[in-house]
Structure formats: structure tokens, C-alpha cells
Design a protein around this ligand. Structure first.
Ligand code: ZN
Length: 246
């Protein structure tokens, strides 16, 4: 099975469409949450995702829009975008977000979660020291996470003393990465608001039969999204950051 693994679309339709165009054929989309928040196209992104066979888990921004999180935990720009999204969302799309699972979703030998296996909604896995304890919180071989908006691979292995260690691996682009014996936590990066200094949309194509995956980056018309955000009076900082990927 070929899976398109994506995360953090954040209501950026132009980026989502560019990824879908670039991905080629796939059997299913695995979406790691934060469909909405920040961007100008919450309904369009949810509706487009729903036209494909897919599995999607809830992210913190999805929850914030539903009123399940205290908006005081967000910075002022994120709060404004969340309140704007809340007003825009159709009842049907709101019901869709409400239906999304929060807990870990298992597909074959892969666990899907937004933040971390230990704290699915909020924890950011940015470092090996955070990834390491999280390996004990899922029972499949591999786990896909989002939330940080930065591509990352964390590998768990044993050192010569038999201790379990964790290291961060370089993220290679446009080469097939084999899935082996060692357990991995893999972040595909963000479709709609990358934060690793590269403004292009980020995603993964996974082949569950060949047991390989591939990172890809694709340019999208950032200005299309920025113009819509401007017209919607969304915060300037959120508009600007899309040009730079921060
Ligand atoms: Zn996010």
C-alpha cells in the first residue's frame, strides 16, 4: 500500500493541493492532525481530505477550534486565527473535527498521533531526549508524529551496554529510506506552515509493502494563501512567516 503521510495542513489549501498533485498515485492518506488553524481555507481543506480514503487524528489546533482547549494556552496570533476559524467552520466540518480520534491510531505496524505517543495533543518531540521515553508509549514498530512542523527521524537502538538509546537521524530528500529492525518515530514536517527554514510544503510517501519511505518538498503558490489571509484580516505575522518557513 502507498500512503501519503501528511501533517499540519493548517487550512492552507494551495499547499495541500500542491502536495496532492506532486504525490502521484497513493491508496490512502494518513493525516496527523492540525487540519485547521492559522490558514484561510479550513472548510476547503477538510472537504478535500474527505474526498480521499484517509485516516486522520486530532491536533491541538483542531481541538482549540472546537473549544476543547483553553485558548489562553495559545499566543495572541494563534488565538485570533482560532476564533476566526471557529466562525468560518460549517456545522458539517465541525462535526467531522469532533469525530477525529485523539488517542493513538494503529495502522498495520504504524502508530499515528499528532504530538507524541505519551501526550497525543500537546507534547513536541524535538529532541532525542524527548523521543526516547516516548518509545515506551506505543507498541508498533514505527510511529508517525506531527505538531513540530519540522521533518525529523528518531531511532531507538541498544548501545554496547544493552541500554536503549535514541538518536536523531539526518532527513534525506528524494531517496528511499528503508524501514528495518530498529524502531523509529518519524515526523513528515508540515504541509501548510513549515518551520524548518524551508517554505516548501513537506510530506512523506510510505510504501508498506516495500517497507520504504521518502521525504519530499514541493513549492506552492505561497502568495495565493497570503492574499486570502490578508483579505480575511488574519494576523500579519502568520502571513509573513509562510514566505520563510519559520
Ligand atoms: Zn500544527
Amino acid at each position: 500500500m502507498r500512503c501519503l503521510v501528511i501533517s499540519d495542513i493548517h487550512a492552507n489549501l494551495a499547499a495541500f493541493e500542491a502536495v496532492l498533485d506532486d504525490a502521484g498515485e497513493f491508496d490512502v492518506i494518513w493525516c496527523l492532525g492540525d487540519m485547521v488553524g492559522y490558514g484561510p481555507d479550513p472548510n476547503e481543506c477538510i472537504e478535500l481530505l474527505r474526498t480521499f480514503p484517509h485516516v486522520c487524528v486530532a491536533g491541538n489546533h483542531d481541538w482549540a477550534v472546537l473549544g476543547r482547549l483553553n485558548l489562553g494556552d495559545f499566543n495572541p496570533d494563534a488565538q485570533r486565527a482560532s476564533l476566526w476559524t471557529r466562525q468560518k467552520l460549517t456545522p458539517d466540518n465541525r462535526a467531522y473535527l469532533e469525530s477525529l480520534p485523539v488517542s493513538l491510531v494503529k495502522e498495520e505496524d504504524f502508530t499515528l498521533v499528532h504530538g507524541s505517543p505519551r501526550q497525543p495533543i500537546w507534547e513536541y518531540i524535538l529532541y532525542p531526549s524527548v523521543a526516547l521515553p516516548n518509545f515506551a508509549h506505543f507498541d508498533t514498530h514505527f510511529c508517525f508524529v506531527g505538531h513540530t512542523h519540522a521533518p525529523a527521524i528518531f531511532r531507538s537502538s541498544q548501545n554496547e551496554n544493552g541500554q536503549t538509546i535514541c538518536e536523531s537521524l539526518m532527513v534525506p530528500y528524494s531517496s528511499l529510506i528503508p524501514l528495518g529492525e530498529e524502531r523509529l518515530i518519524i515526523n513528515p514536517g508540515s504541509v501548510g506552515q513549515p518551520r524548518d527554514g524551508d517554505a516548501r510544503a513537506s510530506y512523506i510517501i510510505l510504501d508498506t509493502e516495500a517497507l520504504t519511505f521518502e521525504y519530499r518538498r514541493i513549492r506552492y503558490p505561497v502568495e495565493v494563501t497570503q492574499t486570502k489571509m490578508d483579505e480575511a484580516h488574519l494576523p500579519v505575522r502568520l502571513i509573513t512567516r509562510l514566505s520563510y518557513g519559520w
